[in-house]
Design a protein around this ligand. Structure first.
Ligand SMILES: NC(=O)c1ccc[n+]([C@@H]2O[C@H](COP(=O)([O-])OP(=O)(O)OC[C@H]3O[C@@H](n4cnc5c(N)ncnc54)[C@H](OP(=O)(O)O)[C@@H]3O)[C@@H](O)[C@H]2O)c1
Length: 242
């Protein structure tokens, strides 16, 4: 994709990886629209980057996804890039009393929402690019986040098919595959020991310039290229008592 002169929607663009992408795309001379549930956080970003366009939206609610698409179609019909970045992560066990409710929210936010948004936004005549944010855990799960890991494996699988399916419409599909990074994903403090978003974004933009369609960083590069045996060994090393 061209890195400048796009109009880009980044779901979950007010924090973490989404905010890192938003900042960098603004620097590269793009118009950036971000959405999320927390208006105060969106407003903080707007104060720092006045050019950013914000929209409050709960993507776990079907009618809010449709309303977001209709608002974009009406006000920003020239939108050409959709970045499906919003996601949640629950540290949960299948034996927990709230497992079923927790699982449903992860499936809705991490799978149903981006698939629905994709099916809506590819109806825009201007759309040229879909970027999906998956995870290194798509290749080898972490049992403390069992449903999250499975949603990312699902989303990666869907993204591979989507790339093939959208060739006929000339829409490029790019997968961003972060390893664990220092954001508030899953709860404040849980990811503090991991690399910064800024170093990740630098690397992602280098790979975009090279025209890569699977963007990795650190351990997610290793996971992408691992053999089945490497992945089994990695899983066993991550879960020594199981
Ligand atoms: N950090 C990592 O270690 C890591 C590794 C691999 C992949 N990822 C993926 O990267 C993406 C971004 O995560 P992050 O690490 O940057 O965490 P984050 O800072 O918690 O970002 C998640 C964003 O998604 C938004 N969001 C969540 N539920 C939403 C909903 N129902 N409707 C609208 N927006 C919603 C949040 O905004 P509101 O709360 O305001 O709605 C937030 O801005 C996720 O897909 C995550 O799975 C992260």
């Amino acid at each position: 994709m061209n890195l400048s002169n796009n109009k880009i929607l980044i779901t979950g663009g007010a924090s973490g990886i989404g905010l890192g992408l938003a900042e960098r795309f603004i620097q590269e001379n793009n118009i950036v629209i971000i959405c999320g549930r927390r208006e105060s956080v969106l407003n903080e970003v707007k104060t720092k980057f006045p050019s950013v366009i914000t929209k409050v939206c709960d993507l776990s609610v079907e009618k809010e996804r449709i309303a977001l698409y209709e608002w974009i179609s009406e006000n920003h019909p020239d939108l050409n890039v959709l970045i499906n970045n919003a996601g949640i992560q629950k540290w949960v066990s299948v034996t927990d009393a709230d497992f079923y409710e927790s699982m449903k929210s992860e499936l809705t936010t991490n799978i149903e929402a981006p698939l629905h948004l994709t099916s809506l936004f590819i109806q825009l005549k201007s759309l040229t690019t879909v970027m999906n944010v998956t995870s290194g855990l798509a290749f080898s799960p972490f049992a403390k986040v069992p449903v999250y890991s499975a949603t990312k494996a699902f989303f990666r699988s869907f993204t591979l098919s989507l790339r093939h399916l959208l060739k006929a419409k000339n829409i490029e599909v790019i997968e961003i595959i972060p390893p664990a990074l220092n954001t508030d994903l899953g709860g404040i403090g849980l990811h503090d020991a991991h690399p910064s978003v800024s170093s990740f974004i630098e690397s992602i933009f280098e790979q975009l310039k090279e025209g890569r369609s699977e963007l990795t960083f650190g351990t997610s590069e290793t996971r992408l290229n691992a053999s089945a045996e490497d992945l089994r060994n990695h899983f066993n090393a991550m879960h020594p008592t199981m």
